[in-house]
Design a protein. Structure first.
Length: 93
């Protein structure tokens, strides 16, 4: 989990990550949702552009955290879940 923020920060510094052409499937895990939205909010606080049209929305969120949550709900944020590291097997015991 430590290397995920580094990847997102490195992309966010020089160029804006691409918006998915089609919305991504909804995140089923609320813990993953919170992690992805928190990292996106960090990008927004550092000056990243909002990925949806604010003018078309009736209730426009202004705080970066709410904007990030809305972007994740709409499937506009790429995320990558790294594979789990090998757990110790029971055979060695």
């Amino acid at each position: 989990m430590d290397d995920v923020p580094e990847i997102i920060e490195a992309v966010g510094q020089n160029e804006e990550p691409a918006i998915p052409p089609e919305p991504l499937p909804p995140i089923q895990s609320r813990f993953l949702f919170v992690d992805v939205a928190a990292l996106r909010a960090k990008q927004l606080r550092r000056g990243a552009r909002v990925r949806f049209d604010r003018e078309g929305a009736l209730l426009v969120p202004h705080k970066p955290e709410r904007v990030a949550m809305e972007e994740v709900k709409r499937g506009l944020v790429y995320y990558n879940v790294p594979p789990l590291k090998n757990a110790p097997s029971d055979e060695t015991a």
